[in-house]
Design a binder for this molecule. Sequence first.
Ligand SMILES: Nc1ncnc2c1ncn2[C@@H]1O[C@H](COP(=O)(O)OP(=O)(O)O)[C@@H](O)[C@H]1O
Ligand SMILES: [Mg+2]
Length: 573
Amino acid sequence: MNQAVRGVLSIARGVLDELELEVVLAQVLEASRELTGARYAALGVLDESRTELAEFMTLGLSDAARQRIGPLPTGHGVLGELIRNPAPLRLDDVGSHPHSFGFPVGHPAMRSFLGVPIIAAGEPYGNLYLTDKQDAERFTKEDEEAVIVLAEFAGVAIDHARRYTRSEEARTELQQSVAAFEATVEIARALGGETDLSTILELVAKRGRALVSARALVIELLRDGQLVVAAGAGSVPEGLIGQTISLEDTVAASAMRTRQSQRLTDELNRSRFEQHGLGRFGLHAQDALVVPLIFRSQVYGALVAIDRLSGGPQFSAEQRRLLEAFAASAATGVATASSAAAERRRQAIAATEAERTRWARELHDETLQGMANLRVVLSAAQRSGKAELMSRAIADGIAQLETDIAGLRSLITDLRPAALDQLGTEAAIEAWADRLRRTGLEVDVSIELDYEQGHTSQRHIPELETALYRIVQEALTNATKHGNAHRAVVEVTEDQREIHVLVRDDGSGFDPSKGTEGFGLLGMRERVELLEGRLTVHSAPGRGTTVAADLPVRRFADYAAAETEAVTGRRRG
Ligand SMILES: Nc1ncnc2c1ncn2[C@@H]1O[C@H](COP(=O)(O)OP(=O)(O)O)[C@@H](O)[C@H]1O
Ligand SMILES: [Mg+2]
C-alpha cells in the first residue's frame, strides 16, 4: 500500500466519524484535493433520477470566479460521462474529450482531469471531479487509486450519515408525535371532568405553545361575528385577553374561511396581522402559524402560534403539521366546553323563566281570579241595592281579600323573604322550618352565624343571605314534597372564610346522576355558582338526601362605600 493510500485511510477514518452529511461531503472534497494535489475539486450529487446533478460543491474556485462562471453544471459534457458510465475517468486535457462542450466564459483554464464515482449503499450517489494537478502535467494512476479508495470510504460515510440523519429525524418525529398525542390525551382527560371553557382554553393554549415551542400562543374564538381573544400562553401583552377583533382582513379570518392554516411568511398575511389583527394590540411576530379550530365542519376560531423559540423564528413544516393535528383535538375541547357552557346558560334562563311563569300563574290563578270574583260579588250586591246582600258580599269580600293578601305575601316572600330583611337569616330559616313543622316534618335547626351571634356588626351581602335561605328552603321542601321525609336536620355554620350549609333528610332519596325536570336543584346550583361556592347533593334511593353548600363569606364592608349604599338603599331603604 503506497503512502497516498495510507493517507486516504487516515483521512477516511476521520470522515467515518462524522455524522452530518454536509460535513462528510465537505471533508471528502477537501481530502480528495489534498491527496491528489489538484488545484480544483468538485463533488456532484446526483438527483433522484440519477441523470443529472442536483448539487455541485467546489473547492479552489474564488467566489468571484464562481460568480463569473454563473449557473453550476448539472451534468452535461464530460461531467455527464461519469453519470452515464460510473467508472473512473482520467484525462490529460478535459477540453479535448469528444463530449466536452468547452468551458463557459470566465471559467478558469483546466487541463488535467480525474473523475471518480461515489457509490453509497450500492447505488450511484455522485462523482468526485479533480482538475488541474499542480506541478504536473497529469493525474497519476496512484492519484486515481487514492481517490477510488477515498470515494469508497465516502460512500460508506454518506450512507452512515444518511441513515443517522434519517433515524434522528425519525426520533424527533416520534418524540413530537408522542408530545402531540400526550397533549391530546390531556385535553380529552380534562374534558372528562372539566367542562369549564376557560380551563379548557388555558390548557389548550399552554399545551399548544409547548408543542411547537412558540414564544406565545393565542386562542381567538368566534363570537357574534367577531373574534374574541379568549386565552393566551407565553409572552402575551397585558390586556390582550378579552379584546375583540373584527373579522375583516385578518389572518385568522382567512384561515377560518379557507379552512387552511396560514403563515406570516406571506406578505399579505403579514400586513393583515400587523394592521388589523393581533399586531394592533402590541403582539408582534416574525412568523406565526394560524390554524383554524374546526369541529364537525363548524369553525370555532383559530389558534395563533407566534415565533418559534428554538431554531426559529420560522416554524417548520413539521410544526405546522403538529399544530394542525393538535388543533383538531383542541377544537373538540372548545366545542364541547362551549356547548356545555351554552347548555348551562340555557338552563339558567329556563330556570328563571320557569320561576317567572310560576309567579305569573299564581298571580293569575289565585290573586287575579279572586279579585275578579270579588268584583262580581260586590257589583251584584250593589246592583241589587239590598242591605242584606250587601253585608254578605262585604263579609265574603273580606274573606277573599284575606286569602289574596296571604297569597300575595307568600309570592313576595318567594321573591325576597321579608323575614330575611327584618329578622335576619337565622330567624328567617327558623320561620320556614316552623312552617314545615306544621305539615308534620320534624326539623332540627342549628344556626351559628357571626352576625346573629353578635360577633360582627356587618351582615352578609343580601345575595348571600338570600342564597342561604333559598338553599335551606328548597332542600326542606324537597325533603317533604319528594322524599316524604319524617325528619330533617339543618346546620349552618360559619368560619373565617366560608359558610357551611347542610340539610339532611331521612326521606326516600333519589339518584342525583339521573337528570331531572325540576328547577329547584338547578336554581340552587346557580345561586351557589354565582357566589363562587360549591354545592354537593348526596342521595341514593332509600338512603335519604344530604345537600351541602360551602359559600365564601362576603360582608358589606368588602364592598366599596358607594356600592354598599346602592345595595342598602335598594334592599333596606
Ligand atoms: N330530598 C329529596 N328526596 C327525594 N327526592 C328528591 C329530593 N330532592 C330532590 N329530589 C328529586 O330530584 C328531583 C328534582 O328536584 P328539584 O330540582 O328540586 O325539582 P322540583 O322543582 O320538582 O322540586 C325531584 O323531582 C325528585 O325526584
Ligand atoms: Mg324542588
